[in-house]
Design a protein. Structure first.
Length: 188
């Protein structure tokens, strides 16, 4: 019987040695594990670089879309206000026409001259209004610093305070831009 015990112990030791041999052969050497770790690190780095490049690409596309939208808006604004500089130069001409038409005439020749000047003035007003020029309404409306420039104040008890009493020089706007505010006299 003791021999059987010894045989059993020997068999167990042999199995133990076999298991150790198997685990040793399955385990990697330190050099192989370092190489695998480097490959994993390189893969992680490549993945991170790819993700960074994707983000850069997305940001560049978004920046380019914003740039295209800004250029389009600028182009639309340029088209919308293309006549601004010319119309600004024409405003004194309109003022001079209005002064000429305000003169009272007594003779028939002067009246026909005034009629001709009025026709030219109306034609010019039609042409500039087609480009978007509009007169700013002033008299009898509340003072608005966005549209009016107060140069005088007066007291009129029949009207509310802050109402424009008189327009001294017409104001004009091009579509939604003010070219020149109206110069006005405001009620105190």
């Amino acid at each position: 019987m003791p021999k059987q015990k010894d045989e059993i112990v020997e068999e167990l030791e042999t199995e133990k040695l076999d298991e150790q041999a198997e685990t040793t052969s399955v385990e990697e050497t330190p050099e192989e594990s370092i190489e695998e770790a480097l490959e994993v690190d390189e893969l992680a780095l490549v993945k991170q670089e790819l993700e960074d490049e994707k983000n850069k690409s997305i940001r560049l596309r978004a920046d380019f879309e914003n740039y295209k939208r800004r250029v389009q808006l600028d182009k639309e604004a340029d088209y919308k206000y293309r006549a601004q500089s010319v119309l600004t130069d024409i405003l004194p001409v309109l003022d001079n026409f209005e002064r000429a038409l305000a003169i009272q005439t007594t003779s028939e020749e002067a009246a026909s001259l005034v009629k001709g000047v009025d026709m030219v003035y109306r034609t010019l007003l039609d042409a500039v209004s087609k480009e978007g020029l509009e007169q700013i309404e002033s008299e009898g409306v509340p003072f608005d610093p966005n549209f009016h420039q107060a140069v005088m104040q007066d007291k009129d008890d029949s009207k509310e305070p802050g109402i424009v009493l008189q327009e001294l020089q017409k104001g004009y706007k091009l579509k939604d831009r003010i070219l020149r505010p109206s110069m006005v006299k405001v009620n105190e």
